[in-house]
Design a protein around this ligand. Structure first.
Ligand code: KIV
Ligand code: ZN
Length: 515
C-alpha cells in the first residue's frame, strides 16, 4: 500500500533564529534557504515578517530566491502582521502565511488577557483575512499540549471553515510526553468534524529532550507535517531536529506509515552551514550530524563493522552526506572551479567585485592551508558575503606574543569608521590580550557571554572557527570568525559581534508580546 507523504516544514530560519544569539543576516538566510531547497524540504519558514525591517527583507529575499519549496512567514493574528507577511511573500513561487494564537488557559489568561471566545473570534478573523491574501494558510494553536480539548476542537473546526489548510498543534513549552501527545493529536483529528479538510502538523520543543519522540508519536497518530530545524536549533532547548526525524522515518520505514522526499545526502553539508553561520557548534555525539555519529572507536565495534557493516551501523554515513567534505580545491585551482564549487554549496556571488574578493581570500587561505574543504569555503564566505550592514569595525593586522614567564601581549590594528587605529594590551592569554586591546579602541561596554573555538576540519593546519557572544542592554549577538591563526579568528569574531551590536537591529519576538 502506498504510504502517505510526510511534509517536512523547516523553521531553522524562524524558530531556529529565536535561539539567543542565533540571528542571521538576510544573505545568510538566503544561503541556508538554498540548501534547504536543494535538500527538498517542503516548506521553509523564512521568518516573522513584522519583527523588523531585516526580517521582512529576509522573508522577501528567500521568497524571491526559492522556487521549489513553499516559503512561509509567521504572523500573529493582527491584520497588520498578516498584511506584512503577505507583502513579504509576494514574490514567492508558492507562499504560505502561518498565523497563530495561544489557546491554553494559562496563556489566554496571563499572556493574552483574553477570554476564549475572543481568542476564537480573532483566530477566525485572522485566517479569513490571510485567505483573502494567499491561498495557503496554516493556523497554530500555540501551547496546544496544555490547551483544553473541547476548546481546541471548536477553534480548529472554525479556522478550517475559514480556510486554514494546515492545523498545527505545537508543544510550545516542550511539556508533552510521546504517548500523551500522540493521543492528543489522534483525539483532536477524531473530534473535529471537518478534520479531513486539513493536514495536521506538529511543532515540538525539546525542553525535556522529547521533541523528536513526540513528533514521531504524533506521526504514528495521524500528523502529516512535522516542523523541525537543522541541528535542532530553536527557542530555549530547541526544536525537533530535522535530521533525526528524517533518518528515523527512513531507517525505520518498517514502522512508520509515511515517507519523506528529502535528499538526505544534503543533511551534513546543511548542518555544517547552519552551525558555521549561527556559530552554534554541533555536539560531537549528536545523532546523525555529530562528528562521532559514525565513528567506531572500540576495537570490537571496528572489527564487527569491517566484517559486516550492519553489525553496528544502522545507517550509512554517506547517505547523510558525510563524505561530502572531500578535498575540493587547492592552491592551483582556478576561478572557474572555485565559482562552480561555491555554486554547489548554494552560494552565488552576484557581482564581479564580490567574486574577486572571495577568490583573493581563497588564494590567501590556500597559501596557508594546502587542502581546502567545503567547510573552509563556507567559513571563508561568511566573511565575504555582502550584507546590508555598514561595517563599523574591521580587522587589519595583529601581533600577539606569548612567551613562558612573560605576560602575553597583543598589538592590534583596526579600521574604525574608516580610520586606522592601533592599540596594545596585556592579558591572561593572547586572546584575552587581543580583546583588551580591541576594547581600548572601542570601549563597547558589552559583556562577553561566550567564547568558543572549534577546528573546522581535521589536522593542525585547520582553520579555527571562533564564536563570540556579546550582550549589551539586553541585546545578545553572536559573532563568528575563522582563520588558520586562532587569535586572528578570535579578533574577527569579536569585531563581527561588535558590528552586529552596532547595527542594533531591534526585533519583535512573536511569542513574548501578546497580540
Ligand atoms: O512553539 C510555538 O508554539 C511556535 C509557534 C509560533 C508555532 O513557535
Ligand atoms: Zn516554536
Amino acid at each position: 500500500m502506498a504510504k502517505d507523504r510526510l511534509i517536512i516544514f523547516d523553521t531553522t530560519l524562524r524558530d531556529g533564529e529565536q535561539s539567543p544569539g542565533a540571528s542571521m543576516t538576510r544573505d545568510e538566510k538566503v544561503r541556508i534557504a538554498k540548501m534547504l531547497e536543494k535538500m527538498g524540504v517542503d516548506v521553509i519558514e523564512a521568518g516573522f515578517a513584522i519583527a523588523s525591517i531585516g526580517d521582512f527583507e529576509s522573508v522577501r529575499a528567500v521568497a524571491e530566491t526559492v522556487q521549489n519549496s513553499i516559503v512561509c512567514s509567521l504572523a500573529r493574528t493582527g491584520a497588520e502582521d498578516i498584511d506584512r507577511a503577505a507583502e513579504a511573500l509576494k514574490p514567492a513561487a508558492a507562499g504560505r502565511i502561518h498565523t497563530f494564537i495561544a489557546t491554553s488557559p494559562i496563556h489566554m489568561e496571563y499572556k493574552l488577557r483574553m477570554a476564549p471566545d475572543n481568542v476564537l473570534e480573532r483566530a477566525v478573523a485572522a485566517v479569513k483575512h490571510a485567505r483573502n491574501l494567499i491561498g495557503d494558510v496554516e493556523f497554530s494553536c500555540e501551547d496546544a499540549s496544555r490547551s483544553e480539548y473541547d476548546f481546541m476542537c471548536r477553534i480548529i473546526e472554525q479556522v478550517i471553515n475559514a480556510g486554514a489548510r494546515t492545523i498545527n498543534l505545537p508543544d510550545t513549552v516542550g511539556y508533552g510526553e510521546p504517548g500523551e501527545y500522540g493521543a492528543m493529536v489522534a483525539r483532536i483529528m477524531n473530534g473535529v468534524p471537518n478534520a479531513d479538510k486539513a493536514i495536521f502538523s506538529v511543532h515540538c520543543h525539546n525542553d525535556l529532550g522529547l521533541a523528536v519522540a513526540n513528533s514521531l508519536s504524533a506521526v504514528m497518530h495521524g500528523a502529516r507535517q512535522v516542523e523541525c530545524t537543522i541541528n535542532g536549533l530553536g527557542e530555549r532547548a530547541g526544536n525537533a531536529s530535522l535530521e533525526e526525524l528524517v533518518m528515523a522515518i527512513r531507517t525505520r520505514s518498517d514502522i512508520f506509515p509515511v515517507e519523506v522526499s528529502v535528499d538526505a545526502t544534503q543533511i551534513v553539508p546543511t548542518s555544517r552551514l547552519v552551525s558555521s553561520i549561527t556559530g552554534f557548534p554541533v555536539q560531537p555525539n549528536k545523532a546523525i550530524v555529530g562528528a562521532n555519529a559514525f565513528a567506531h572507536e572500540s576495537g570490537i565495534h571496528q572489527d564487527g563493522v569491517l566484517k559486516y557493516r550492519e553489525t553496528y551501523e544502522i545507517m550509512r554515513a554517506e547517505d547523510v552526506g558525510w563524505n561530502a567534505n572531500k578535498l575540493v580545491l587547492g592552491k592551483h585551482s582556478g576561478r572557474a572551479a572555485f565559482k562552480a564549487r561555491l555554486a554547489d554549496l548554494g552560494i552565488t556571488l552576484d557581482n564581479q567585485a564580490a567574486l574577486n574578493l572571495a577568490f583573493t581570500r581563497f588564494k590567501e587561505l590556500a597559501d596557508k592551508k594546502h587542502e581546502i574543504f567545503d567547510e573552509d569555503l563556507q567559513a571563508l564566505m561568511n566573511d565575504v558575503q555582502p550584507d546590508d550592514l555598514e561595517l563599523r569595525y574591521s580587522y587589519v593586522a595583529l601581533e600577539a606574543v606569548s612567551r613562558s614567564g612573560f605576560k602575553p601581549r597583543a598589538d592590534i590594528q583596526l579600521l574604525i569608521d574608516g580610520q586606522a587605529q592601533q592599540a596594545a594590551a596585556e592579558g591572561d592569554g593572547p586572546v584575552d590580550a587581543a580583546f583588551k586591546a580591541v576594547e581600548l579602541l572601542v570601549n563597547s561596554g558589552a559583556n562577553l557571554l561566550l567564547y568558543s573555538v572549534n577546528a573546522i576540519t581535521e589536522g593542525t593546519d585547520s582553520q579555527g572557527e571562533v564564536q563570540v557572544r556579546l550582550e549589551k542592554n539586553g541585546s545578545i549577538v553572536n559573532g563568528n570568525g575563522a582563520d588558520t591563526d586562532i587569535i586572528v579568528a578570535s579578533v574577527k569574531a569579536y569585531l563581527d559581534a561588535l558590528n552586529l551590536l552596532d547595527a542594533g537591529v531591534l526585533k519583535a519576538h512573536p511569542q513574548h508580546e501578546g497580540v
